[in-house]
Write a protein that binds this ligand. Structure first.
Ligand code: 4NP
Length: 160
C-alpha cells in the first residue's frame, strides 16, 4: 500500500513540530488509519539533532495523554521533498526556509499547518521556547485543532 507521508517542521524540532507529530499520530491511530500514514517531524535548524523534545513540551503533552518521549530531533533535508506528500510549517519563517530548500519538481503540499484551522485567529503556531508554560498549552490547542482539519482534508483527498 502506498502510504501518505506527512512531515511537520519548526525551527528546533523540540517544541512545536514534535507536538504536532505526536498529536497527529494519535489522531490517526484513534481513527484506525495507522497503516495508511508515515508521520515525522524535523527542524529547519540542526541545533537539537538527536535530542528529546523540550521537557516543558513533554509535560504539557503528557497532561493531554500524548507521550512524546520516544521522539528525537533531526534537521529537515532536501531529500524530505522526495518522500513527504504534505510538509507543514509551523510559522512563516519555517515556511520561507523550506521554500528555499524546495526542489522545483516538488509536487506535494508545502504550506502553513494552521491553514488546516482556518477559524483560528492565529495563522502561525507561536514559538513557546522563550515564554512561560501557557505557550505550550496554546501550541497544543492549535495543533489539536489543525490536526483534525488536516486529517479531514487528507481523508477527503485520498478517499480514506
Ligand atoms: P521549536 O522551538 O522550533 O518549536 O522547536 C524552539 C526550540 C529551540 C530554539 C528555538 C525555538 N532554540 O533557540 O534553541
Amino acid at each position: 500500500m502506498q502510504k501518505i507521508h506527512v512531515l511537520f517542521v519548526c525551527l528546533g524540532n523540540i517544541c512545536r513540530s514534535p507536538t504536532a507529530h505526536g498529536v497527529f499520530q494519535q489522531l490517526v491511530d484513534d481513527s484506525g488509519l495507522t497503516d495508511y500514514f508515515d508521520i515525522d517531524s524535523a527542524g529547519t535548524s540542526g541545533w537539537h539533532i538527536g535530542k528529546k523534545p523540550d521537557s516543558r513540551t513533554m509535560v504539557a503533552a503528557k497532561k493531554r495523554g500524548y507521550d512524546l518521549s520516544a521522539l528525537r530531533g533531526r534537521q529537515v533535508d532536501v531529500d524530505d521533498f522526495e518522500k513527504y506528500d504534505y510538509i507543514l510549517a509551523m510559522d512563516e519563517s519555517n515556511l520561507k526556509d523550506l521554500q528555499v530548500l524546495q526542489p522545483s519538481h516538488y509536487s506535494g503540499v508545502l504550506t502553513l499547518f494552521l491553514n488546516y484551522f482556518p477559524e483560528s485567529s492565529y495563522n502561525e503556531v507561536p514559538d513557546p521556547y522563550y515564554g512561560g508554560d501557557k505557550g505550550f498549552d496554546t501550541v497544543l490547542d492549535l495543533v489539536e485543532a489543525a490536526s483534525q482539519g488536516l486529517l479531514t482534508t487528507i481523508r477527503n483527498e485520498k478517499n480514506l
